[in-house]
Design a protein around this ligand. Structure first.
Ligand SMILES: [Zn+2]
Length: 138
């Protein structure tokens, strides 16, 4: 079976303002980016916020119902899940041990935003790979 091309870059143009707004919360904020993968670029078209049912500043679990509704919306517009998003309100944007476990299950890019910077990663064959991320406009 042919393996799907993995994205090397992620384009979040248009979502800087939303990410900055979510970083004002003391708890981890979460959401899903839907869009499309063209060549090696994951292009975010829609941000679908999800509730963090852990309501925690150091961990998250997305509300399963929000995940389902997000996918239904994406399906309606023929978009794919291109990234899992969450904030680290009081830490650096590096995956925690729990994040890495989640990345084993959700094999798409993970975007982690902190007050200092936003980074994106994908797990490939058990190895963490960082993606270049760009914001062309707010
Ligand atoms: Zn995390």
């Amino acid at each position: 079976m042919k393996e799907r091309l993995l994205p090397e870059k992620i384009d979040c143009s248009g979502f800087r303002t939303i990410i900055d707004a979510l970083l004002r919360y003391d708890t981890e904020q979460t959401g899903l980016f839907f869009g499309e993968i063209i060549d090696d670029v994951a292009i975010c078209r829609v941000f679908f916020p999800t509730r963090n049912i852990e309501d925690s500043s150091v961990r998250f679990e997305m509300d399963p119902w929000d995940i389902v509704v997000g996918h239904l919306v994406a399906e309606k517009y023929s978009l794919d899940l291109v990234a899992v998003f969450h904030t680290h309100p009081c830490g650096r944007p590096f995956p925690s041990r729990l994040d890495l476990r989640g990345m084993e299950l959700w094999r798409v890019p993970w975007i982690i935003a902190s007050k200092q910077e936003t980074r994106a990663y994908i797990l490939v064959g058990g190895n963490l790979r960082e993606l270049s991320i760009k914001f062309l406009y707010v």
